[in-house]
Design a binder for this molecule. Structure first.
Ligand code: CS2
Length: 485
């Protein structure tokens, strides 16, 4: 049996390791959401910052529910390997993390109350927040928000935990922490701020006023393509490092992090690892969400229907690649001009990243949680196109592919992997063969598409036509029809 990774002692020379003394640095960040993305992105940038500038910025990681990754990390003294995959494989052991908390909300709350913690960062996925995006308020109907509003002393969810920790720090006369949302949500700092304020206002208006005045919620754009860890990741890491590592992750070489520079309680020197600090993240964030994530979702649903299991196979399909290019052009036309964005170069770079033969990024994984992802990836930009004189047809087609995929699941009585999965299944079943009814009922779901889009007859009719073609002639034929001059 290979030995488990527990120390930095006997690693092969080719494996990169921390360039700082782990024991000499304290903890300054509490991170919620120990998924593969955080371990491949923010933790690596923090590792670079510690190596370059030091500081008490190591990370306490926590999962609200699952114990699997925290248990694996704790058995490894917080260490884990990042495997970068391209023509060459590169392994690096990350030392920034310390003891991790799994599924113990009381322990997370205690950690967040420690004045040494100056940043609470999050990658908990879009659906975990419980924020009503249209109202810019806490969503009292979200299960975690409802439970925490009823019992704010023992919070289990994101908004309840942040609010309770800030309340305790205020009561103790301690400084607040900065809240850093690292999920793929539009204007993620302002959004999380609105959710926390909405939650706090319901129980303690004075606390809400203090948060509004004193707590920073910088916005960020995060980007690194990180497929879920598989047995193959574990085997390759073992071959490279000589150790069994149950917390390892694999990722692409590229990594980008654009951060609004607003950290009144200080921050690591993340620029040492290539993070960019700017005054306004919105243009970068819109470009990434609409071009990368937007075309990812198109490839995810088309890929699921065409039996293309990975993104690399989706971009190797000439017709689908042409539609992805077209989608990116439509997305690019919604982006602010004058912000210095090079949309064409960005599109080329994305196509190269998607094609990376060493990265097996599953279309099934990206297809999850469509109702949480598509509003910012497709429906917001699509709603802006008419006013800009742009062509919304690529968005109508993408929407039709999603609906055709949902209808296909419904015929097999499969519930989509989505927080609104049961509702989607019911609507698809109720619509049956009636394409117009399917378009209407899904686009009218509250909070999904802006009213100006759901009520735009030209758009909904274009979706209906594309959907009818996909369902009668098949997705392949419909794709060819889209590409016909
Ligand atoms: C993907 C993202 O799963 C998804 O929905 O689109 O996780 C994507 O890989 C990352 O945002 C890339 O930075």
């Amino acid at each position: 049996m290979t030995r488990r990774l527990t120390s930095l002692d006997d690693l092969p020379a080719a494996v990169e390791r921390p360039r700082y003394d782990r024991a000499a640095h304290g903890f300054g960040i509490l991170h919620l959401g120990l998924g593969a993305f955080h371990r491949a992105h923010q933790a690596v940038h923090t590792e670079d910052a510690l190596g370059a500038e030091g500081g008490d910025w190591r990370i306490l990681g926590a999962n609200l529910r699952s114990r699997e990754v925290p248990d694996a990390m704790n058995a490894q003294n917080g260490l884990y390997t990042v495997l970068e995959r391209s023509e060459q494989e590169r392994a690096r052991v990350i030392g920034a993390h310390g003891p991790a908390i799994g599924g113990d909300a009381a322990a997370i709350l205690r950690a967040a109350c420690d004045p040494a913690i100056r940043i609470v960062s999050l990658t908990v996925s879009e659906k975990a927040y419980g924020i009503d995006r249209a109202a810019m308020d806490a969503d009292a109907a979200h299960p975690a928000v409802a439970a925490d509003l009823a019992n704010p002393q023992a919070p289990q969810g994101v908004l309840g935990l942040i609010t309770a920790a800030l309340a305790a720090r205020r009561a103790a006369g301690a400084a607040p922490f900065t809240v850093l949302c690292c999920d793929n949500l539009p204007d993620n700092g302002a959004l999380l701020r609105a959710g926390v304020l909405g939650f706090a206002r319901r129980s303690d208006p004075a606390l809400a006023a203090w948060i509004a005045e004193d707590v920073a919620f910088p916005a960020t754009m995060v980007d690194r393509i990180t497929p879920a860890t598989t047995d193959r990741t574990l085997a390759d890491v073992e071959a490279l490092t000589g150790h069994r590592d149950l917390a390892c992750v694999e990722t692409e070489p590229f990594s980008q992090w654009v951060i609004e520079d607003h950290f009144p309680q200080g921050r690591p020197a993340w620029e040492a690892g290539g993070a960019e600090f700017v005054r306004d993240v919105r243009a970068h964030e819109a470009m990434k969400l609409r071009m990368l994530n937007g075309s990812h979702s198109l490839m995810a649903y088309a890929g699921q229907m065409l039996d293309l299991p990975h993104i690399r196979e989706a971009v190797a399909d000439p017709a689908l690649a042409a539609l992805v290019r077209r989608h990116m052009r439509a997305a690019g036309a919604t982006l602010p001009t004058g912000a210095g964005l090079d949309v064409a170069a960005y599109a080329d770079a994305l196509m190269r990243r998607f094609a990376n033969p060493a990265i097996a990024h599953q279309t099934r994984q990206i297809a999850m949680d469509g109702t949480e992802k598509l509003p910012q990836r497709w429906f917001a930009p699509a709603s802006e196109l008419p006013a800009r004189g742009g062509d919304a047809r690529p968005y109508a087609f993408a929407t039709a592919v999603w609906l055709a995929w949902l209808a296909g699941l419904a015929t097999r009585s499969e519930t989509p992997d989505d927080p609104r999965g049961p509702a989607l299944l019911d609507l698809a079943r109720a619509a049956g063969e009636d394409d117009a009814a399917l378009v209407r009922s899904i686009l009218d779901l509250p909070g999904l598409a802006p009213a100006s889009l759901a009520g735009n007859a030209g758009f909904t009719e274009a979706v209906r036509q594309a959907l009818s073609r996909i369902r009668s002639a098949g997705l392949r034929a419909a794709m060819q029809a889209e590409l016909a001059p």
